[in-house]
Every structure is written in structure tokens, then in C-alpha cells.
Design a protein around this ligand. Structure first.
Ligand SMILES: [Zn+2]
Length: 78
């Protein structure tokens, strides 16, 4: 919990506190927002299945996005 600083940056390390949620039919990927920084600044390559989920992910906040997130929720309405 709380913010995290990039340990690879030598000057003015990037910081992140939030997570990105990437739902797909198969899984709900939750990654620290710094994953974007690691990709852009440090050439990190996520697993192929994560990349495929990102490319196929509907726009955040749309009905389809929320449907996919809800599909993986353990909490069902009573
Ligand atoms: Zn960094």
C-alpha cells in the first residue's frame, strides 16, 4: 500500500500510487501504474498475455470495460 518509487531511476525517480486494471475474458490483470514507466523508460516487456489483454481492452469506464471487470468480481450482489 502507499506510493512506490522506481528503483532504477538515478535522478528524480518516477512515483506511483495507483493500479491499472486490465480486464479480459480470461483474467483481470492488476498492475502498479509504474508498469507504464518501466515499459517506456526501462524497456520492460510484460508477458505476452498481458500485452494482448492491454491491446484488446475496451476503453476504461465503458459498459464493456465494467462488464469485464465485474465478471471477475468475487462479490456478487445479494
Ligand atoms: Zn525509472
Amino acid at each position: 500500500m502507499g506510493w512506490h518509487s522506481c528503483e532504477l531511476c538515478r535522478v528524480a525517480p518516477a512515483r506511483g500510487v495507483y493500479n491499472v486494471w486490465i480486464p479480459s475474458d480470461a483474467a483481470l490483470y492488476v498492475a502498479p501504474e509504474l508498469v507504464v514507466h518501466y515499459i517506456e523508460a526501462h524497456q520492460y516487456r510484460p508477458p505476452d498475455e498481458f500485452i494482448a489483454a492491454v491491446l484488446a481492452c475496451p476503453e476504461q469506464g465503458t459498459a464493456e470495460y465494467l462488464r469485464l471487470v465485474g465478471q471477475h468480481s468475487r462479490h456478487q450482489p445479494v
